[in-house]
Design a protein around this ligand. Structure first.
Ligand SMILES: NC(=O)c1ccc[n+]([C@@H]2O[C@H](COP(=O)([O-])OP(=O)(O)OC[C@H]3O[C@@H](n4cnc5c(N)ncnc54)[C@H](OP(=O)(O)O)[C@@H]3O)[C@@H](O)[C@H]2O)c1
Length: 228
């Protein structure tokens, strides 16, 4: 059974990925900003192979304490899922720079912090997968013309992951950036066509289907390349 680490696991896509991997018997470490959230607590009570730990991806100390638990241990799959998307303004130029900074801290620097902290454990696996949940709004060429904060954070995390794909493949780490589709979550809203559970199933299949030849790809859950 594999060791799977998922950030932002207390709701939405992260919670559903945690459920799917645990149902298959994998050991899932669920990193949660609020580890006492009832949904993840209830899931943890159903599956003893789920370990729930506090993790704020924006804080060095929190990430270091989280990573200490993996000292000398293998991580087979890391899923950088935690994310924020503030959308207070209908006029995009009225974006709050404070919210923009927070968005970059969570969506861009968060995956950097967590990935760097778990690098040794990913390398120990021999073959491992470093997955970042990106977005179609991270595409520069297909920019939607809104949400400058969120779009720039996902474009930047794609850039980071391309760099890691170049540098870490020699250690057996396959780096993927996955657009999960529009999901009915707190972030995606109630108009979204897809339940988080359905998206989680597709994201998990995408991860499982990936081989070393897919290292560095930015793809959707149909396995198609997303435009940079
Ligand atoms: N929803 C969509 O349609 C959509 C589309 C494309 C891409 N995505 C991406 O998919 C991923 C999951 O989105 P979702 O829809 O499941 O969102 P969600 O329901 O809002 O869940 C986001 C998760 O991230 C956690 N989080 C926020 N800040 C954090 C921090 N500083 N440290 C650790 N965890 C933190 C949240 O914790 P709390 O619950 O405690 O706030 C929550 O568990 C995100 O990366 C998002 O950008 C979503």
């Amino acid at each position: 059974m594999a060791m799977i680490v998922i950030t932002g696991a207390e709701q939405g896509l992260g919670l559903e990925l945690t459920r799917l991997y645990a149902e298959e018997g994998h050991h899932v470490v669920a990193g949660c900003l609020n580890p006492n959230t009832p949904a993840i607590r209830a899931l943890g009570e159903q599956h003893e192979q789920i370990s729930i730990f506090a993790l704020d991806v924006t804080r060095d100390g929190s990430v270091a304490a989280f990573a200490d638990r993996f000292d000398g241990k293998v991580v087979d799959v890391l899923i950088n899922n935690a994310g924020v998307h503030f959308r207070k303004w209908s006029v995009p130029e009225r974006v709050s720079f404070e919210d923009w900074e927070t968005t970059l801290r969570v969506n861009t620097l968060g995956p950097a912090r967590v990935s760097f902290a778990l690098r040794t454990s990913l390398a120990l696996a021999g073959t491992s997968k470093l997955v970042t949940i990106s977005s179609d709004w991270g595409s520069v060429s297909n920019h939607p013309g809104t949400a400058y904060d969120y779009c720039s954070s996902k474009a930047a995390v794609n850039s980071l992951m391309r760099g890691l794909a170049m540098n870490w493949s020699s250690q057996g780490v396959c780096v993927l950036m996955v657009h999960p589709g529009w999901m009915r979550t707190t972030m995606g809203g109630s108009d979204a066509p897809m339940l988080a559970g359905e998206a989680a199933f597709k994201v998990k299949s995408t991860i499982e289907n990936a081989t070393a030849a897919d290292n560095g790809r930015y793809l959707n859950t149909d396995g198609e390349n997303m435009p940079w």
